[in-house]
Design a protein around this ligand. Sequence first.
Ligand SMILES: Cc1cc2nc3c(=O)[nH]c(=O)nc-3n(C[C@H](O)[C@H](O)[C@H](O)COP(=O)(O)OP(=O)(O)OC[C@H]3O[C@@H](n4cnc5c(N)ncnc54)[C@H](O)[C@@H]3O)c2cc1C
Length: 614
Amino acid sequence: MARKEHKTDLCIVGGGLTGLCAAVAAARQGIKVVLMQDRPMLGGNASSEIRMWVRGAKGKENRETGIISELEEENIYRNPELCYSVWDGVMWEKVKKEKNIELLLNCSCCDCDAEKTPDGYVIKSVTGWQLTTYTWHTVYAKYFADCSGDSVLATLSGARFRVGREAKSEYGEAMGREESDEKTMGMSCLLQARETDHPVKFTPPDWAYVYEKDEDFNFACVRTPVADGSKSISDQTIKVATSMSRPHKLGTSETNFWWIEMGGDRDSIHDAEEMRDELLRIAYGIWDHVKNRADHKADNWELEWVGFLPGKRESRRYIGEYVMTEQDVEAGGKFDDVIAYGGWPMDDHNPAGFKSYEYSFPPSILYPAPSPYGIPYRVLYGRDVKNLFFAGRNISVTHAALSSTRVMATCSLIGQAAGNAAAICVKKNVTPHGVYKKYIGELQAKLLDQGCFIPGKVREIPALSREASLNIPEGERELLFNGIERPDAEFNRNYAVLPVGGEITFDFGEEKALTELRIVFDPDFSRESVSRNKKMRVFAQRAMRGLDFEPMKVANTLVRDFEIEADGKPVAVFSDYHNSLFRLPLGISARKLTVRFNKTWGSEEVHLFSCDVK
Ligand SMILES: Cc1cc2nc3c(=O)[nH]c(=O)nc-3n(C[C@H](O)[C@H](O)[C@H](O)COP(=O)(O)OP(=O)(O)OC[C@H]3O[C@@H](n4cnc5c(N)ncnc54)[C@H](O)[C@@H]3O)c2cc1C
C-alpha cells in the first residue's frame, strides 16, 4: 500500500454540500485546504448517488444566497434538464477551480491523531484510505472541520457528542420525550423514474416485497394525537398533511419516495448496510406496486434509477459551546453571533419510518418554524477539541432543532460560515472559540460581503462608494446602498432599476485607488422566470421526469452582457454572465468608473440589489 502525507491549514472531512461550501469559502480566503470525501463525487445527499433535492428556508424572499446559489445558478445555466450526473460535475468543478483546495475523493477518514492537553484535545492529523489508489493519506492541519454528517471525528478525537432524542427535562422542549432515547430519523433509498411515449414492462426481482394494495403500506392519514409522548401541542399547530402519508403519484416534481425510510430505531451508522438491503426490497416492491398492482397510470413510466447508498438524515450530533433548541428556533434565533439562518419547519420523522403505520403515527410531523430564524456561531465548535469545527447535520442542536436545520441549503450556509471562521483562525492564530470572543463581527461582515443573508444584519457599503456622486436618481441610489440584497417579506423591491443599456457612473471627484467592484444582480427570488412549473421553481434538481418536463431557464432578471470602463477606457467586458453575485478585482486608479448593462436574460429592466466600488 502507498502512503502519502499532506500539510495544510484546514482539513475538511466530508464533501457533502456543507463540506464543499466550507472548502470553497476557506480557500477563497487564501488558506490551504484539503477536502477528504469518501465518495467518488461531491454533494452528499444532493449528489447523483442519493438524489435529494436541495431545500432551505420557506418563503420566496428567503431563498439562500452565497456559494449555494452560485452552484444552483450554474446548474440551471449548464444543466437545464437537471441531469444529476451533470450536477455532480458542476459541484466537482466548483472545488477543482479553487487552487487552494486539494481534493481527495474516494478517501474515507478512518483514523485521527489527537493529543491530550490539560483542558481537552488538539487534533494533529487525520488519516484516510483512498480506495482507488490503494493509498493511506495522512493530513496534518492546523484546523479540522468535520462535515461528514456522521461526526466521524467525534469518536476518533474524544469530542463530546450524542445520539437520539432529548428528554423534556433536559431543555424543556415540547417536542422532547418523557425519557431520552437513541432513536433518530431514518435513512432512505430513493427512486427516480421517467415517462416515455410507449408502454414499459416492469418485472420485479423475486426478493422484492409485495404490496398488493395501497393499504399494505399506506394508511389514511388522519390528524393523529401523538402516540408516544412527543410534543403536546394543539391540533392546529400540527400539520399532518396528506403528503405525510405515502404519496406515490407519478409526475414531474411529484414524490421522490422519501418515505421509503428505515433505520431510525436501529443504529443509523453501524446498521447501514443491513438497512440498505431492506430499503431495496421495499423500493422494488413499491415500484412493482405502482407499475403492476391497481391502476396508478404508470404504464408508460420506466424506472430509471434506484439509490444503492442510503441517504442518512441523522446520526451523531456534536455537543458544542451552545446547544440550539426547539425554543431557539421558535423564537427566531435572535443571537448576537448569528452566522446563518434556517426556515424549514421542524420536520420530525418517525424513527419507525416505513413501518410507522403499525403505531398509527405518521412518517413525519411538521411543527411550524419561523422563517427565517438565526443560527448562532457557537453551534459550530466545542470547547473540548480546540481546533475542530463541525458543520452540517452534525452541529450542536437538539433532535428537535435538527429536524429543521438539517436541510441542505441551510447546511450550505453553515458550511460557508465554518470555512470563513477557519480562515480567521488561521490568520489570527486563534481557536474557534477565539473567533467568537474577538472576531464575530468580522465573520459576519465577510459573509454579508460574500452575498450571504444574515437575519437582522445589513451589509456596510464602502465609504468610497458612499462618498462618490452617481448618475442615478436619489431614490434608486438609496436602494442601491441600503445594504439589503433581497426583497422584503411583502416582496417590495430592494433593488435599483435601470433600463437595459443603462449605466452607472461613480465619480470619486479625484483619482482614487480602486481595489474591487462588487455587484449583486436580481436572481428573481420568486423564480417565476425560471420555470412555468410552480413546484420546479423551488428546486435546482429534479426527481421524476414526466413528458411535460420543460428545461429550466436562467432567471430573466440576471444581467447577461455588461462592460466596465475607467475614465472612459475599457477595463473588462462580460458576456453570458449568469450569476447573481459579481466581483472584479480592479487594482487601478481612476476618477470615474462606469458599468454599462447591455443585455439581460429577458427582463426589460436591470435590477441591482447592490453595485459598489472599494
Ligand atoms: C431521504 C432523505 C430526504 C431528505 N430530504 C431533504 C430535502 O428534501 N431537502 C433537503 O435539503 N434536505 C433533505 N434531507 C436532509 C439532508 O439531505 C441532510 O441533512 C444533509 O445532506 C446534511 O448535509 P451534510 O453535508 O451534513 O451531510 P451529507 O450530505 O450526508 O454529506 C456528508 C458527506 O461526508 C461523507 N463522509 C461521511 N463519512 C466520511 C468519512 N469518514 N470520510 C470522508 N467522507 C465522509 C459522506 O459520504 C457524504 O458525502 C433529506 C435527507 C434524506 C436522507
